[in-house]
Ligand binder design. Structure first.
Ligand code: SF4
Ligand code: SF4
Length: 222
């Protein structure tokens, strides 16, 4: 899932300062799962903004709405009825959802209510950790299912580096060395021989670092 974190209320209040009413839009996708931008968070943020603005002597009208997905055209329909009644949209979906609203509702400023952080997993209740950096050419078959891009601080493909110590990374003694994790996992699987193959220089042109990517499935196009 994509993991995001709510922006500080002070920052949001500054963004919406020019407006007397806003359309606040959440998403039932990833940001609901990471407790940042779902229906519940829309309600909490709307109340907090109304209270703060009342305290400032400038009441704010907030229309609350939570879409199935903000990153998919078919789910934007419920917004169309309301959008023209509001001068600005505040979105608490991930960065992709926020941008999609900005593209589809071009007359409206679309403001971000969250900071999008990474692609990760819910390790335990209230703890999300990064797993993938969308490199566009997955090598998990070679690394025991552990990502060298996301889990190694240097994203190296032939690790570990000389800084690995006691299973921890040199950048932070609290952070597991990704390559130690890879080694341990390959050992568990009886596949340590995979480490004998030197990985070639990675083609980063397929990664998001190679520019914005697009995926087309002709069989799904109408
Ligand atoms: S190798 Fe690339 S695609 Fe696979 S998990 Fe890592 S970053 Fe993601
Ligand atoms: S210590 Fe391990 S995780 Fe840290 S940069 Fe070196 S190989 Fe990567």
């Amino acid at each position: 899932m994509i993991v995001a974190e709510g922006k500080p209320i002070k920052e949001i209040l500054e963004m919406i300062a020019p407006y007397d009413k806003i359309l606040l839009v959440g998403c039932k996708g990833c940001v609901t799962v990471c407790s940042t931008g779902g229906e519940k968070e829309v309600g909490i943020l709307a109340s907090a903004l109304r209270l703060a603005r009342r305290a400032q002597g400038r009441p704010l009208e907030v229309k609350e709405m939570t879409l199935e997905r903000q990153c998919d055209t078919e789910y934007l329909e419920p917004m169309r009825e309301d959008v023209d009644r509001y001068p600005a949209i505040l979105s608490i979906a991930c960065g992709a959802g926020i941008q999609f609203l900005a593209e589809k509702f071009r007359k409206h400023p679309v403001l971000p209510g969250v900071d999008t952080q990474f692609i990760g997993v819910a390790e335990e209740q209230g703890v999300w950790t990064e797993r993938c950096q969308a490199c566009g050419n997955c090598v998990l078959d070679r690394t025991g299912g552990i990502c060298p891009v996301a889990r190694c601080s240097k994203s190296i493909f032939n690790g570990p580096c000389g800084g690995s110590k006691g299973g921890k990374c040199e950048i932070d003694s609290q952070v597991d060395c990704g390559w130690q994790l890879i080694y341990d996992r390959l050992k568990e699987l009886g596949q340590l021989d995979k480490l004998e193959t030197v990985q070639p220089v990675k083609d980063w042109s397929k990664s998001r670092d190679g520019g914005p990517r697009k995926r087309v499935r002709e069989d799904l196009k109408i």
